[in-house]
Design a protein around this ligand. Structure first.
Ligand code: PGA
Length: 270
């Protein structure tokens, strides 16, 4: 059994005091055997200081959660298990759905809700996303709430309006005392999976605008504790720049997280 990272806990950013979070969103890729092989290689490539810099969450398809839970435990890998979706219902006749309780029982720490692919391809509304986030919170896990505008919306100058609309149901229904446990992932739709990440200036400006909106809605103290991730074509060449932006506390990484060498390089570059 490898115990070399047993005592490693990430340290908060010295300026923002927020814990950085780098999340690997594998989407519908890798079977459970490939998943185990990837995390083992990734663990081997990362150094203890990489785990001290940020918490690293791995979000495989549901079919790999149990395998990764066992791998993390057996080899004491300091990754946090994550999921990509959840039902807003607790249990019952909902064929094909997976509840927050089931995920929590597997040791999942973070659940992505409202990814733009789910909003666009599966018709998820912001109200449904808010219910999912609340279901996640109710079992002690953290939701990673994805928001982001389309190319047309950005060009029409509607970015902030769209983001406000997407966040509104969460901000008005989520238990206020737990809002600081929410992670918000800003993922402009036009930057996802395209290889064309947003310009750091755009992310900086939008991150500040989101923080400002949060401050107005939930007060400065809570707003200053909510973590913001950027996602959309993050790679080892641009990750550091996004991580150095004041309001950005982490990254949500799709394509570049599917290869252990690339993802390890990305984490180390931060
Ligand atoms: P990408 O995906 O890194 O492949 O652009 C990000 C995401 O969809 O979360």
């Amino acid at each position: 059994m490898n115990r070399k990272y047993d005592d490693l806990l990430p340290s908060p950013d010295p300026v923002s005091h927020r814990l950085r979070l780098i999340s690997a969103n594998w989407k519908m890729n890798l079977n459970h055997l490939e998943a185990i092989a990837l995390v083992q290689k990734l663990y081997h490539l990362l150094r203890p200081e990489d785990f001290r810099y940020a918490e690293i969450s791995i979000h495989p398809p549901f079919t790999s959660l149990r395998s990764l839970q066992l791998s993390f435990e057996a080899d004491r890998m300091p990754f946090t298990l994550g999921a990509q979706n959840v039902s807003d219902q607790a249990s019952g006749a909902f064929t094909g759905e997976v509840s927050a309780q089931m995920l929590a029982k597997l040791g999942v720490g973070y659940v992505i809700v409202g990814h733009s692919e789910r909003r666009r391809l599966f018709g998820e509304t912001s109200e449904e996303v808010a219910r999912k986030a609340i279901a996640v919170q109710g079992t002690g896990m953290h939701p990673i709430v994805c928001i982001g505008e389309s190319n047309d919306e950005r060009r029409a100058g509607q970015t902030l309006e769209v983001l406000t609309h997407q966040l509104d149901p969460i901000l008005s229904t989520y238990p206020a005392k737990d809002l600081d446990g929410v992670v918000i992932a800003y993922e402009p739709i036009w930057a996802i999976g395209t290889g064309e990440s947003a310009e750091p200036e755009v992310v900086e400006e939008t991150g500040m605008a989101i923080r400002h909106l949060l401050t107005e809605r939930v007060g400065a103290e809570t707003a200053s504790r909510i973590r913001l991730q950027y996602g959309g074509s993050v790679n080892p060449g641009n990750a550091h720049e996004f991580m150095s932006l004041g309001d950005i506390d982490g990254l949500l990484v799709g394509g570049a997280s599917l290869d252990a060498d690339t993802f390890a390089m990305l984490v180390k570059s931060c």
